[in-house]
Write a protein that binds this ligand. Structure first.
Ligand code: ADP
Length: 154
């Protein structure tokens, strides 16, 4: 069984993340959407909120499972015998970051591979940070986030 692991902060999940999840779900048997939380990062939404958003917005996709992890991603992968990470690329900035992460993960665990999907042009401008910056303003949330997040932001 081929499993892909899509890890991120998802603070909150956006339509860009969801587009990657939907497209990747056709490329594997199981897609684990992994909520990573670090003690050194400040999040706008709690881990429970972020997890509920992920579960609610992916519940219609049968082969998606939501999980969470607080440690090193390479350890999570090894513990579960997973070998393939999924990432989304919006442009050169993401590419540089992903390349560094790829090299680091390879150094930590030699059998880890990273599969990158290019962002859809419709969503490539969207990021969780953009959503947070827009939060105090009245914007058309439907263009940025799934309905469960929209409800919370409103
Ligand atoms: P992280 O803290 O790991 O950067 P994010 O939740 O910001 O977590 O992003 C998780 C993954 O989703 C990353 O690979 C990121 O490049 C990708 N991603 C974020 N926004 C988009 C988007 N609009 N389109 C495609 N991929 C995206």
């Amino acid at each position: 069984m081929k499993t892909l692991v899509y890890a991120g902060s998802f603070d909150p999940i956006t339509l860009g993340h969801l587009n990657i999840i939907e497209r990747a779900s056709h490329l594997c048997d199981e897609l684990v959407v992994l909520l990573s939380s670090s003690k050194n990062k400040n999040y706008q939404f709690t881990i429970e909120q972020r997890q509920n958003f992920l579960k609610e917005s992916t519940e219609s996709i049968k082969n998606v499972r939501v999980d969470s992890f607080g440690g090193l991603l390479a350890d999570y992968m090894q513990k579960n015998s997973y070998t393939c990470l999924l990432r989304g690329l919006r442009g050169p900035k993401d590419w540089y970051l992903e390349e560094t992460m790829f090299i680091t993960n390879k150094a930590l665990s030699g059998n880890l591979e990273t599969l990158c999907l290019l962002a859809s042009p419709k969503y490539r401008h969207i990021s969780s940070s953009l959503v947070k910056e827009l939060t105090p303003h009245l914007v058309d949330w439907k263009k940025f986030v799934p309905p469960c997040v929209e409800k919370c932001l409103k």
